[in-house]
Ligand binder design. Structure first.
Ligand SMILES: [Mg+2]
Length: 224
């Protein structure tokens, strides 16, 4: 699945959750189940209910209210919906500083970095408000805004167009899901199936110049 390391790339297309974004912790799932007032706080059944309509939510086909109505089996009131949405978003906005540091080091004007994430509208807005999105990403494409999710080939075509690079063989796609990577391979993109090892990511990226590194380390400190 993963293509050989090759720093001869002109652009990056990067997944968010599982690459830059950390997975939710077990206490976070318990917290969300608590906010949802889930019967017996049973996490397994809650996660099943949570993931069932998630693809449609990510694809922008369900409003926040419609999504949570499907999860809960009833329509939450406005205050409950705000709490659910906030707790849900909180679970997904923590980032892996090791990965961000590597991306800041690789960042340079002639290496576009495009975010391609399956995310609902509310999370998309939260990610757009972050310093790393503003400082690192040339463009950010979210499934809810595109109206389609990875691994739909159209999502990758949008992202490739956003890089401004015509040849997919000069673009590295990074994602933690094998099916998303397989779709990228079929479109001719270079692919890194990210499995949580930041060094593996670093090996696949061109190193930034010393001047770029000095600037970005400074901005990272300011942003943190
Ligand atoms: Mg992911």
């Amino acid at each position: 699945m993963t293509t050989h390391p090759d720093t001869e790339i002109d652009a990056l297309i990067l997944d968010y959750n599982g690459v830059k974004g950390l997975q939710p912790t077990v206490p976070m799932w318990h917290q969300l189940a608590e906010v949802a007032d889930w019967p017996d706080r049973d996490i397994r059944s809650f996660q099943e209910a949570f993931w069932g309509p998630r693809d449609a939510y990510d694809a922008g086909q369900l409003s926040d209210l419609a999504y949570w109505a499907k999860v809960l089996g009833y329509h939450p009131g406005p205050r409950a919906l705000r709490s659910l949405r906030a707790a849900d978003t909180e679970m997904w906005i923590r980032t892996d500083d090791r990965v961000l540091d590597i991306l800041y080091r690789a960042h340079r004007p002639d290496l576009p970095m495009v975010l391609l994430s399956n995310a609902p509208h509310f999370l998309s807005d939260a990610l757009d408000a972050t310093a790393w999105r503003r400082e690192l990403m040339t463009e950010a494409l979210y499934s809810a805004r595109l109206g389609l999710c990875k691994p739909d080939p159209a999502a990758y075509r949008h992202a490739l167009a956003a890089t401004g690079v015509a040849d997919p063989g000069r673009v590295l796609f990074v994602d933690d899901r094998a099916d998303n990577c397989a779709a990228a391979v079929r479109l001719g993109l270079r692919t890194l199936h990210y499995t949580g090892d930041p060094d593996d990511l670093a090996r696949h990226l061109p190193s930034g110049s010393a001047a770029t590194l000095a600037r970005t380390v400074g901005s990272t400190l300011l942003a943190s």
